[in-house]
Design a protein around this ligand. Structure first.
Ligand SMILES: [Zn+2]
Length: 294
C-alpha cells in the first residue's frame, strides 16, 4: 500500500492497492462527496455493460424512446426480450462496489450518491442518499393513465399472454434485456395496461428521453452542496451523467474518477484511477477505517 515503491509502476494502470491508497487519501481530504456511479459498479453483480473500455458500444445501441413508443415491432421486441432477461436481472445482488459505497455513505464522506444504473442495487446495499438518475427497471409505468406497478407483477401476465412461447437459445444482455431468437420476437404478444389499454414502459429513462426535471434538480442541488465529486464505474459517455462532471469542474470542485478504461471527463479529473472498481472501493474504505462486510 506504500506510495514509495522503488520499482517504477506503469503510469496508466496502478496496482489495485496503490489506487486504493490514493483514493483513500483523496476521500480523507473531503467531507461532502457527490458520487456518480455507472455500469462498472454492477458488472460484478452479473449485469453486463453496454460499453467496452474504449467507451464504444459493445453491442447494438439500446432502444430509443422514439422507437419504443412509435414502432409496434420495437415495442413487441422490447417486451419479448425483457420477459427472458428480467428473471436474472431481478435476482441480481449487490457486490463489493455497492457495499463499499454504502459504508462510505453511512459512515464516510459520501453525502449523495447519484447512479446511472437502473438496478436499485445501491439501495439494496444500504446507501442512504441515492438518486436513480435514469429510473428503475423494477417498476413499470403506463403511458396512458400513468399507473405505476411492480415489474415483478408483470412477469406472470406476460406468461399468460404467451402460453407455450419459447425464446430459443437466449443470452443475457444489459439492463434486463436478453438476446433471443428473432422468430420468437415476432410472435410475442406484448402487454397493455390492464386499466386503460395504454402502452407499458419500464420506469427508466430511455435513450432520446430526458431525465425528469425534479430528479435532475435534486442531483444538481446535491452537487452544489458538495465539496468534491467522485465518479465510480462509468465512462460518462451519456451526457446526462457527463454534465455533472462538467458542472463540478466549472464550480472548481476536485474530481476523482475510478474506472477501468477511458471516460469522457478524464481531462477534467485531478485524480484518475484505472483499477477494479469493487476491490479498490473496499480497500479505500478500509483505509478510512470503514470495514466492508463481504
Ligand atoms: Zn393505463
Amino acid at each position: 500500500m506504500s506510495g514509495m515503491s522503488a520499482l517504477p509502476a506503469p503510469a496508466s494502470i496502478p496496482a489495485a492497492g496503490d489506487a486504493a491508497a490514493r483514493l483513500a487519501d483523496w476521500l480523507s481530504r473531503h467531507r461532502r462527496v457527490f458520487a456518480l456511479t455507472g455500469a462498472g459498479c454492477s458488472t460484478g453483480s452479473g449485469i453486463p455493460d453496454y460499453r467496452g473500455e474504449n467507451g464504444a458500444w459493445k453491442r447494438p445501441a439500446p432502444v430509443t424512446w422514439q422507437a419504443f413508443t412509435g414502432d409496434p415491432a420495437v415495442y413487441r421486441r422490447y417486451w419479448a426480450r425483457s420477459q427472458v432477461g428480467w428473471p436474472r436481472f431481478g435476482q441480481a445482488r449487490p457486490n463489493a462496489a455497492h457495499r463499499a459505497l454504502a459504508a462510505l455513505g453511512r459512515h464516510g464522506p459520501v453525502a449523495m450518491l447519484v447512479t446511472q444504473n437502473v438496478d436499485g442495487l445501491h439501495q439494496r446495499a444500504g446507501s442512504p442518499c441515492t438518486i436513480d438518475l435514469h429510473g428503475r427497471l423494477d417498476a413499470v409505468v403506463c403511458l396512458g393513465c400513468g399507473e405505476r406497478s411492480p415489474r415483478a407483477a408483470l412477469q406472470p401476465r406476460l406468461d399468460a399472454l404467451n402460453p407455450g412461447w419459447t425464446p430459443g437459445a437466449a443470452a443475457t444482455a444489459p439492463d434486463g434485456d436478453a438476446d433471443i431468437d428473432e422468430d420468437a420476437e415476432r410472435v410475442f404478444v406484448p402487454p397493455r395496461c390492464a386499466r386503460c389499454g395504454g402502452l407499458l414502459k419500464p420506469d427508466v429513462v430511455f435513450f432520446g428521453e430526458n431525465v425528469p426535471r425534479a430528479r435532475y434538480e435534486a442531483a444538481r442541488d446535491a452537487l452544489a452542496a458538495a465539496d468534491a465529486m467522485l465518479v465510480a464505474g462509468s465512462s460518462l459517455m451519456v451526457y446526462s451523467g457527463f454534465r455533472f462532471a462538467r458542472m463540478a469542474h466549472e464550480a472548481g470542485l476536485p474530481l476523482a474518477i475510478l474506472n477501468r478504461g477511458l471516460t469522457r471527463a478524464d481531462a477534467l479529473a485531478g485524480l484518475k484511477l484505472e483499477a477494479e472498481v469493487g476491490a479498490t472501493l473496499v480497500a479505500a474504505a478500509a483505509g478510512l477505517g470503514l470495514p466492508v462486510a463481504m
